[in-house]
Design a binder for this molecule. Structure first.
Ligand code: HXC
Ligand code: NAP
Length: 265
């Protein structure tokens, strides 16, 4: 059974940066399924158009081309979204880049590129959307990751960027709370059928190695992250701001094989 009442988000408008594939597209579909109008944005215009069609077509969703590293490009996409659907109630900053490389195998430009997409992109999206928010009551959500708190080898760029995102959200929550804007982050664990996990765990063996360490013993789904985003954007979360909601089956707690290795079950 659906944990949310039908049309929970009817009358709401969402802008989802990076919403043209993967987890963020999952969030867009979940929100549209509950009645929201959604604008999804990514660099590739064909991918954005296909995502909008998959979500439900022009009455429900539009696909926009933008590069979150370029402030003017974000402003332009936001304006189109607002012209189409009206002021924004929900803004998700989920655009990200990742590749696996040791720090010594990463050029300064490689490091900068990921920080620019993830962290600077989140500042750009949140800073630029403020003028278009329905106040009070708007919900801003950044998509973070466990790398924000767990030092992870070959992920220097992502660790730095996502840690910055968590802290940026806390500052914005303080600055914008008085006008009724809530700013939170979601930290997903490993999620099924995503580009992120295709890059981080490209073989079945790598996947099994990760799954056996997770307390809940499985990857999560896009729908599960969508549900967390719906919750944070709903009235049920009206007193929650500056939080990082970890939705990871317990991954961040550490390696949970210890019990088995001690023969304790
Ligand atoms: C070392 C690399 C590299 C690699 C790229 N670079 N791939 N360095 N190892 N495998 C370097 C390039 O050589 C270049 O540096 C610099 O990075 C920029 O590369 P470009 O290809 O010019 O950048 P761009 O076209 O902007 O593409 C950005 C990208 C790309 C991040 C490199 O992979 C991308 O577009 N990714 C978007 C999709 C994605 O990554 N999704 C996964 C998100 S998942 P030089 O010095 O040569 O110029 C995620 C997971 C989090 O974030 C946690 C999961 C648990
Ligand atoms: P994905 O499918 O590659 O999604 C990335 C999205 O961002 C795409 O829509 C992409 O579209 C867009 N994008 C990339 N660079 C952009 C830029 N410069 N400007 C605008 N849009 C840009 O990845 P995913 O695995 O679902 O990850 C989605 C989010 O979840 C990311 O924030 C990631 O860090 C986080 N996360 C993922 C996992 C996981 O298990 N996958 C775990 C923890 C956290 P274009 O390529 O067309 O631009």
């Amino acid at each position: 059974m659906d944990p949310f009442v039908p049309n929970l988000l009817a009358g709401k408008t969402a802008f989802i940066a990076g919403g043209t594939s993967g987890i963020n597209l999952g969030i867009a579909k979940r929100m549209a399924g509950l009645g929201a109008k959604v604008a999804v944005a990514g660099r590739n215009p064909e991918k954005a158009a296909a995502a909008a069609a998959e979500i439900g077509g022009p009455d429900v969703a539009i696909g926009l081309s933008c590069d979150v590293r370029v402030y003017a490009s974000v402003e332009e996409a936001l304006q189109i979204a607002v012209d189409a659907f009206g002021k924004l109630d929900i803004v998700i900053s989920g655009a990200a880049g990742n590749f696996v490389a040791p720090a010594l195998g990463m050029s300064a430009n490689g490091f900068r590129t990921v920080v620019d997409i993830d962290l600077n992109g989140t500042f750009n999206v949140f800073r630029a959307c403020y003028a278009h928010l329905n106040l009070p009551g708007a919900s801003l959500i950044a998509i973070s990751a466990g790398q924000a708190v767990n030092a992870t080898m070959f992920q220097a760029h992502v660790c730095a960027a996502k840690a910055g995102i968590n802290h940026l959200c806390r500052v914005l929550a303080m600055e914008w709370g008085p006008t009724g804007v809530r700013v939170n982050a979601i930290s997903p664990g490993p999620i099924e059928d995503t580009e992120g996990m295709a890059r981080l765990a490209p073989t079945p063996e790598a996947r099994v190695a990760i799954e056996t360490r997770i307390p809940l013993r499985r990857y999560g789904t896009k729908e599960e992250i969508g549900d967390a985003a719906v919750f944070l954007s709903s009235d049920a979360a009206r007193y929650i701001t500056g939080a990082v909601l970890t939705v990871d089956g317990g991954s961040e707690l550490g390696d949970s094989r210890l019990g088995a290795s001690l023969g304790v079950s």
